[in-house]
Design a protein around this ligand. Sequence first.
Ligand SMILES: Nc1ncnc2c1ncn2[C@@H]1O[C@H](COP(=O)(O)OP(=O)(O)OP(=O)(O)O)[C@@H](O)[C@H]1O
Ligand SMILES: O=P(O)(O)OC[C@H]1O[C@H](OP(=O)(O)OP(=O)(O)O)[C@H](O)[C@@H]1O
Ligand SMILES: O=C(O)c1cccnc1
Length: 486
Amino acid sequence: MQQMIDSQALHTDFYQLNMMKTYWELGRADKKAVFECYFRKMPFKSGYAIFAGLERLVNYLDQLKFSEDDIDYLREVTDYPEEFLDYLKDFKFECTVRSAVEGEMVFNDEPLVQVEGPLAQCQLIETALLNIINYQTLIATKAARIKSVVEDDVVMEFGTRRAQEMDAAIWGTRAAFIGGFDATSNVKAGKLFGIPIAGTHAHSLIQSYLDDYEGFKAYAMTHKDCVFLVDTYDTLLSGVPNAIRVAREMGDKINFQGVRIDSGDMAYISKKVRKQLDEAGFPDAKIYASNDLDESTILNLKMQRAKIDVWGVGTKLITAYDQPALGAVYKLVSIENDQGQMVDSIKLSSNAEKVSTPGKKQVWRITAEDGKSEGDYITLWHEDPRKQNELFMFHPVHTFINKTVENFDARPILVDIYHKGKRVYDLPELFEIKQTAQQSLDSLWEEYKRNLNPQKYPVDLSKECWNHKMRTIEKVRKGVQKNRNK
Ligand SMILES: Nc1ncnc2c1ncn2[C@@H]1O[C@H](COP(=O)(O)OP(=O)(O)OP(=O)(O)O)[C@@H](O)[C@H]1O
Ligand SMILES: O=P(O)(O)OC[C@H]1O[C@H](OP(=O)(O)OP(=O)(O)O)[C@H](O)[C@@H]1O
Ligand SMILES: O=C(O)c1cccnc1
């Protein structure tokens, strides 16, 4: 019963159900459609993004059906006829879904997920699909940017208390791990996903003893591994000296791992703390730091040669503080007409970059002999660049920017996840996904990876795809003109 009440089918916008009703009532519900999900602008002005969210999308699709309870609710609050409610009750997911795999680096204006199947079904899942992919891809990308500056230091995820509610903390933590974080303070995320859990203690422990020494001592008597938070009263005069005192007193009874600082000038303080620890005979004790950190503060602290070994990052990661939404969209690219033929559809805009690319497509990652990515190449579905000896790659708007690539490898980015409603993809282990992210980023030139003003990675259209887009624009324009003249 609980399972049925917790059905996710109503995790959709009301307008999706209303459109489903239109399609159903007018006999269009089962028309074949193709939708693609993509984002238009790179998040955080980043040179790359890390795709995440597929596992949760699969969890959602695997169990997608309307419970009795859902149907009762819809009966109560809508004027839907019983026949339509029966149609929803019998709903069985039958779409074919192709997607980038989690951890794969992805870019703007390329399909990340493609859904093909009965129009009404494709429509229903739009909201949940975007909800999941938008958030998790954003957090995995933010995490990768942070990891890129901490380099080989350990970085821990501390964001749960500041996340936008409980689900975001859990799935955001998983996305952060994919993007390169090493551990989390969220115990449930540890249990669910096998992410290493780690942590220190809070100011409240010290405050409850009204004294650094008493607080550290209490913690040390009850724990083997100890990292003491030293900034409750005065880091240099009280926190660190008392941490050293307890570490000496307890000797081998504890693993004195280090101290955490959480306020003040962390470059200045960390250098002083390092000196205190070294002089006291604890050169291996690590200095942990937290306090509103993000990739730019961390980079700055590194430039100031702050003596920080372990970074704790919460708010600015889990809330994607500097860009709270990825803005991925889900657009109809092809639809079956009344004659049973597929017609490719387009969304026009006065802004050239915003005009959608019609037709069912594949994204190919083009790699040169040195193993580095040359760019992504979007083709119509039937094209296969692997059959070509050389590839002409050009910017889809500024077409004079172009190059010809030889001796390349082309790898399809969209892989089969569901075939006509049946799952054909086994979800990888999380550590494999993390590895995918690492390998993916290793194939990217440094120029695309720097956090500030990176070069723009090429995402090009094949000649055929580009010509098709131009012809479709022309056709739609002529249609609009004809209607105006009526
Ligand atoms: N040396 C530094 N260079 C650049 N930024 C720093 C440096 N030291 C700390 N910061 C960052 O400065 C920001 C603000 O620190 P601020 O001094 O206001 O906090 P605080 O001392 O912790 O105050 P509070 O006690 O209220 O927490 C934090 O994001 C922190 O990470
Ligand atoms: O700064 P963030 O990147 O968000 O990292 C998480 C923060 O959460 C804790 O502070 P909080 O004031 O909530 O609790 P405390 O009393 O333990 O310091 C911790 O000390 C960090 O400062
Ligand atoms: O373990 C910690 O130090 C921790 C956990 C959550 C938030 N801030 C710090």
